[in-house]
Design a protein around this ligand. Sequence first.
Ligand code: ADP
Ligand code: MG
Length: 233
Amino acid sequence: NEELLINSEKLYVAGQLAAGIAHEIRNPLTSLKGFLQLIASGRKETSYYDIMNSELDRIEDIVSELLMLSKPQVYELSYYDVRNMMRDTVTLLETQAILHNIAIETDLGRDVLWVYGVENQIKQVFINVIKNAIEAMIDGGAIRVKLSRENDSVRIRISDEGPGIGQDQLAKMGQPFYTTKEKGTGLGLMVSYKIVDNHQGKIEVYSQLGRGTTFEIRFPFRYPEMPAAMKSS
Ligand code: ADP
Ligand code: MG
């Protein structure tokens, strides 16, 4: 009954995703095959190799983003201070930002922001959202990252000065393979939403065309080694 329904729904979603993946990977494969045939028939243009290389890159991008959806090989569930994770993420993306004339301004707040989860996955969410902000701000500007504690949750706000997102587009965010970029995979947000959900978190997007975009992510505040009796759930 209800459980069966939920399961068939899950199967349906998995089927949709599988169809999407198959489709997205078949395109570059078909193209690769075509170029191989051309080369085999004696036509050897160096430009073929560039195209083939970028088709292979595309498959690689899709596969490595999808890998984030699978369960981590080694479960390293632990308590982390979001401030440290964000500091690492910003350090990682800083050169890329500078190359795009973008400054990342971080306000880490005053509190220790404990969350419980898989470090690499949570960092991946921050990376995906900040990367999108960088890619959106073609004219440069500032990305503002603000962390704070709000009652029982840790709040992460990432705001950009990009072109913003229209209402109709906003509804498609997080759908697999939805992308407006020439070299996009359209998987970054879907993977991020899934990770946040797995961590009992929430992710919200506020945006208006011409006004930039704000991603608001919340994770439950989980104090390390809190005595069982004090846990609210
Ligand atoms: P990708 O980055 O590969 O396109 P994502 O899932 O990360 O895939 O993002 C999906 C789409 O959402 C992007 O192609 C873009 O159109 C839109 N988007 C995401 N973040 C932003 C942002 N900060 N500003 C404007 N558009 C965005
Ligand atoms: Mg992206």
